[in-house]
Design a protein around this ligand. Sequence first.
Ligand code: PEP
Ligand code: MN
Length: 339
Amino acid sequence: MLLLLDKNITSDHRRTLDEAIHGAGCTITETPTRQGLLLLIDGDLDHLRQVPLKIFDGVTKVVPLSGAYSLGSLEHQAEPTVVKVGDTHIGGGGFVVIGGPCAVEDESTLREIAIQVKTSGATILRGGAYKPRTSPYSFRGLGLDGLLMLRDIGQETGLATVSEVCDPRHIEACISNLDMLQVGTRNMSNFDLLIEIGKSGHPVLLKRGRSATINDWLNAAEYILAQGNPNVVLCERGVRGFDTATRNTLDLAAIPAVRERSHLPILIDPSHATGKASYVPPMAKAACAAGADGVIIEVHCNPQAALSDAEQALEPSDFRDLCEDLRLLETVRGSRTQS
Ligand code: PEP
Ligand code: MN
């Protein structure tokens, strides 16, 4: 069960409430939110349900939890969440572009790509340092060295940074060197990882599991939110389909479906969704038109030589053209929402 408290609850009212909850044999875990303190109540809930918590002074809302997501729901928060990553705000109306290589390969390649994506209008640099690969024999990233390169080049170019974390043991290093953590599709249901990221409070890009329903995905987000980390951005990156013409099947309907259910921002990753560079610009533009909060796109100065996901990397010139189109589309979208 969740209780939302009035921001101005008096200490007397708070004490009375705590006594009632503890008296029913339940425990309280506190999470600060923008609307006020949120209490997650666990224990003998059947007993507690007999206590009329709704009418206690200082209690704004009582949400019975039935295993479904709740903190991420519109019922809990009507206004859109805005997540700050470096100087970039994700959510609440703008359109954010994240660009960079699939993997951090070496410093000079990363620098060249970073300069190109920044000039085109990206504000966040992506690049995998810990790469989960389908085959154990593929390039699995530079690890900590890659993180440090990303940090240095990000600082040099004035770009915020995002990179994937796969292992709870790497969270600390990722937090101290990155502006945003990414949870990849293969780890969306790694609940221990989500809990640790939740405790960190760091901004997180939560990719949709490739066989996950929207409900599974929002519940994964709930694991992070329930630890008191409100900085969750969702990312649709295609789900497993039956067609081999594209790497995955991009579910653009996830944008309105998430909007109807949640206040969390949603980005689209057309690179992993399609697996083919020429399919990326049309899908990125469709994402913008459909109301996404931004896109994350793989870019490489020499795609043929990329150590991972070479077929889906955009050349910098194609990325620049795409960013121009996206700016135009964003203007149209903006004037529409204001009218
Ligand atoms: C990535 O962004 O490089 C990546 C591996 O993405 P996903 O988890 O969506 O496959
Ligand atoms: Mn990739």
